[in-house]
Design a protein around this ligand. Structure first.
Ligand SMILES: NC(=O)c1ccc[n+]([C@@H]2O[C@H](COP(=O)([O-])OP(=O)(O)OC[C@H]3O[C@@H](n4cnc5c(N)ncnc54)[C@H](OP(=O)(O)O)[C@@H]3O)[C@@H](O)[C@H]2O)c1
Length: 244
């Protein structure tokens, strides 16, 4: 497929690398311009382009930028044909992103994103740490392959997103509409807990909408209070324990 990725940080660069390695034609863009990501693009077999070019002549656009910056992309996305599938990887952390009242009042993050950019979106890859995305993908036949939720509601767009999630080494689990996608947001049992398929199904069912933001903020406080840098395994264990 032809894929444009906006955001080349921890998540965007990892997805670009993996999807290019699968044979997809990948273009990447960031806020600073193509020259700043030329080296990355050459290394992973992608093309560094402007934001305008990244949405042109692609089947899919993946957006992986800080949550509060999504409104910046409305103009850019307005240039993408209607049939282009848009996938959102974002998560909202008020302490980092600034408070956004509608989301604090319960609007699912990706519904807010969709409204800001003026496009339907599919929420995918958000519920995995960047290090999980980079290092924990596994072969399709593995019985311990990690599963990730994919929410959106449009069957065509969701199918494409699911296939791409599988290409990056994870089982894609259809997780309902965008309105349901709070079940895979920070502070839920499905979020960054590295679960196999049956456990992810259960985790999505057990999600508690009122508790999730409290868990999210309590987890951040715990990470910040730690004397030493937590290992990846410690972070996943803490996510599991505090959202159980
Ligand atoms: N890190 C994780 O473990 C993780 C896991 C799952 C989901 N997420 C979510 O995925 C998103 C990206 O996270 P990240 O950790 O990859 O972020 P990051 O490392 O900070 O990278 C952000 C990227 O977005 C680009 N960017 C920022 N504003 C932009 C704009 N207005 N237009 C175009 N590009 C823009 C930046 O480009 P410049 O450098 O040129 O400014 C940079 O390439 C966030 O919403 C995050 O919550 C993160």
């Amino acid at each position: 497929m032809k894929i444009g990725i906006i955001g080349t940080g921890n998540v965007g660069a990892t997805l670009a690398r993996k999807l290019a390695a699968c044979g997809h034609q990948v273009k990447i863009a960031n806020s600073r311009g193509p020259q700043s990501i030329q080296h990355l693009a050459s290394e992973i077999g992608a093309k560094a382009v402007t934001k305008e070019e990244v949405v042109s002549d692609v089947d899919v656009v993946i957006i992986s930028i800080p949550f509060a910056n999504y409104p910046d992309l409305k103009q850019t996305l307005s240039k993408a044909p209607e049939k282009t599938v848009v996938i959102d990887t974002s998560n909202y952390y008020p302490a980092r992103d600034g408070a956004i009242k509608e989301v604090d009042d319960g609007k699912p993050e990706s519904v807010w994103v969709s409204e800001q950019i003026g496009r339907p979106v599919i929420k995918a890859w958000n519920a995995a740490l960047a290090a999980t995305l980079a290092d924990k993908g596994g072969p399709a036949e593995s019985s311990t392959r990690i599963a990730l939720p994919v929410a959106g509601g449009n069957i065509y767009a969701e199918r494409i997103a699911q296939d791409l999630v599988e290409d990056t080494g994870f089982i894609a689990l259809a997780a309902g509409t965008l309105e349901d996608s709070w079940r895979q947001q920070p502070g839920t049992p499905a979020y960054c807990t590295e679960l196999t398929l049956p456990k992810l199904r259960l985790a999505l069912l057990l999600a508690d909408k009122a508790r999730a933001p409290q868990n999210r903020d309590a987890l951040i406080a715990k990470f910040m209070a730690s004397d030493s840098q937590l290992t990846h395994e410690q972070i996943v264990a803490l996510n599991r324990a505090m959202t159980a």
